[in-house]
Each structure stands twice: as C-alpha cells, then as structure tokens.
Design a protein around this ligand. Structure first.
Ligand code: E4P
Length: 216
C-alpha cells in the first residue's frame, strides 16, 4: 500500500518525506488556498516545488468543469513536471477528459468519488487513480471504509487497473481500515500518519529498557 500525504504544506510534506515512507502527494484547491497559494503562476510554481521534494506522483487539480477547459488546464499541468497527475472531478465532462488524457498517456486522478458506480466509470475511462472520499461519507452516517472494500472487490473481479486511492482520511483507524480493505493508496494529512507510530506499551517498554541500561 502506498502512502501519499494530502496537503499543500511544504513543511509537512518534507516531514513525511524525511520519514522515508512517502510515495506521493495529493492537493486540492481548498488545500492550496489554506496555504495562501493564490494566482496561477504561484500555484504552478508550488506544484513544481512539491515535485522537487517528493519522488512520486503529485496530484494537481483542475478548476475548469467543461471538457475543453479541463483538457487545456490538464495539459498545462502535465507539462509542468513528469510527476504531475491531473486531478479531475467525477462529472460527465470529467470522465470524457479522463478518457482523453488516458489516450494521450497523461496520468489522472478521478476525485470526489462517493459511490461504486462512479468508481466503475472512472476505471472504464482509464483513470490512473480513483479517489473515494471516506471521511466525508462517515460525516453523513455512511461507512466510508465499506466503499473502499466494494470498489476493491469490483476492480478485482473485473481486472480494472485503476488504483484505489482512499481519500478524505481523518484518523489513523481509517488507514488501518483501508489497508484491510485492500486500498492501493491512502492519502492522509500528517497527523494520522504520525498516529500510526503511537502505542503506550512502546513508550513504557522503551522507558524501561533505557532505565535498565542506565542502572549502575
Ligand atoms: C483528496 O484527494 C482530497 O484532497 C482530500 O482527501 C479531501 O479530504 P477532506 O474531506 O478532509 O477535505
């Protein structure tokens, strides 16, 4: 299972990358705005900065919602850096654009996916990644991790090559659930990744080992 970090914050990307477990980055317009990255030139430069930190795929999301606009923006993003994956929303023109990008050899991430039917369409269009948002489903009393399991099952039965990228992860147990469900990738903020490190018995055990070592 690959680990992506879901942020546009350079310090957090560097921290996760320094751990040696990072396989890529996902961003979205809200995450870019949160870091105060505004204006087309700054946004494009920021994507390149991220690509220069991490050795892996970096999802950059289009803003356009019509086919021509998505294609124009996506092609410009893809030209920025070989690691860029064009992130396209799960809408009719988005699916058409994903097919277009797939045929041109441009990697895509189909975002804002909330149902197995949407995931089937993304795979049929040849998306490199499909991003089901599990935290947002939990927010409305649906089982986000169950959706991951459903999509993984469908893709396995039908041999779809699209990778299941579990998104909208809120806590460490989401990561465990996605791992059990067979997600190919989890994209998470830094805290849930660091949360995986924690166990009180590790802390107690280490304290005891060090105390015993220092006994005279
Ligand atoms: C996916 O790629 C999105 O950037 C992200 O995971 C959305 O998460 P949120 O629901 O916490 O905003």
């Amino acid at each position: 299972m690959k680990f992506f970090i879901d942020t546009a914050n350079i310090d957090q990307i560097k921290e996760a990358n320094d751990l040696g477990i990072l396989d890529g980055v996902t961003t979205n317009p809200s995450l870019m705005a949160k870091e105060g990255i505004k204006g087309q030139d700054n946004i494009l430069k920021h994507y390149v900065d991220i690509c220069n930190i991490v050795d892996g795929d970096v999802s950059a999301e289009v803003i356009a919602t019509d086919f021509d606009g998505i294609v124009k923006e996506g092609e410009a993003l893809a030209e920025l850096h070989p690691q860029i994956v064009v992130k396209v929303p799960m809408i009719k023109d988005g699916i058409k654009a994903i097919r277009y990008f797939t045929d041109k050899g441009i990697k895509t991430n189909c975002t804002l996916v909330f149902s197995p039917g949407q995931a089937i369409l993304a795979a049929k269009a040849g998306a490199t990644y499909v991003s089901p948002f599990i935290g947002r489903l939990d927010d409305i009393s649906n089982e986000g991790v169950e959706l991951i399991q459903q999509i993984v099952n469908i893709y396995t039965i039908h041999g779809f090559e699209t990778e299941v990228l579990a998104a909208s992860i809120r806590h460490s147990m989401h990561i465990i659930g996605c791992a059990e469900a067979g997600a190919d990738v989890v994209t998470c903020p830094l805290d849930p990744i660091l949360g995986l490190l924690k166990h009180p018995l590790t802390d107690i055990g280490l304290e005891k080992f060090l105390a015993d070592h220092n006994k005279k």
